[in-house]
Design a binder for this molecule. Structure first.
Ligand SMILES: [Fe+2]
Ligand SMILES: [Fe+2]
Length: 193
């Protein structure tokens, strides 16, 4: 897929603010890909499509999940905020012509992380948390760490996500918990999950 096509898909499906977020995630993902030797083109495509299902209704997402049981990774029984990544990956594969499994995986797990993340998975997860419009203090901190040590930044980012979910009383996806367990050894010695 050409980047122009992915950009058009994002533009046609997202309101201005989320489209700008998407473009910023693309920029950060490309920067990280260049820094760590991943394919910048794949990073750009994954980033441009990562939130392309985020403005669909609950019913529409549920329909995609039910129509694609094998690809949907038990999504129906997982917290709803997780659905849009899984659905974007399904749409990318079935409707937008993306065949590259690395790109599909990065899109699929961008909200939760997972065990054994690929370089591209890590890049998209972090780019989504550190895109230019993110203004919380943790984003500035992660921006610095991610340019020095990707795994450490990932460990800390996963930990932060888990803490935010916990503090706001939101349901925690078991896959996020597993990812946190796996990567916390990189996160500067913090052990609380
Ligand atoms: Fe997302
Ligand atoms: Fe996002």
């Amino acid at each position: 897929m050409e980047e122009k096509t992915a950009l058009e898909i994002a533009r046609s499906r997202l309101k201005d603010k989320r489209f700008q977020h998407t473009v910023n995630v693309r920029d950060m993902a490309v920067t990280l890909a260049e820094r760590y030797g991943a394919d910048p083109h794949k990073a750009a495509i994954a980033a441009l499509l990562h939130d392309a299902a985020k403005e669909m209704s609950r019913e529409e997402l549920l329909q995609i999940i039910r129509d694609n049981a094998i690809m949907s990774e038990n999504a129906e029984n997982r917290p709803q905020p997780v659905w849009h990544g899984i659905c974007a990956a399904i749409l990318a594969k079935t409707q937008w012509g993306v065949e590259d499994e690395e790109i599909l995986s990065a899109i699929r797990c961008h909200t939760t992380g997972k065990r054994d993340m690929s370089l591209l998975d890590k890049i998209l997860y972090l780019a989504d948390m550190t895109s230019a419009e993110r203004t919380y203090p943790e984003a500035a901190y992660l921006r610095k760490v991610e340019m020095e040590d990707l795994d450490r930044a990932l460990g800390e980012a996963l930990q932060m996500s888990l803490e935010w979910l916990r503090e706001s009383g939101k349901p925690i996806d078991p896959v996020t918990r597993e990812a946190c367990e796996e990567y916390r050894r990189f996160s500067g010695g913090k052990t609380d999950t």
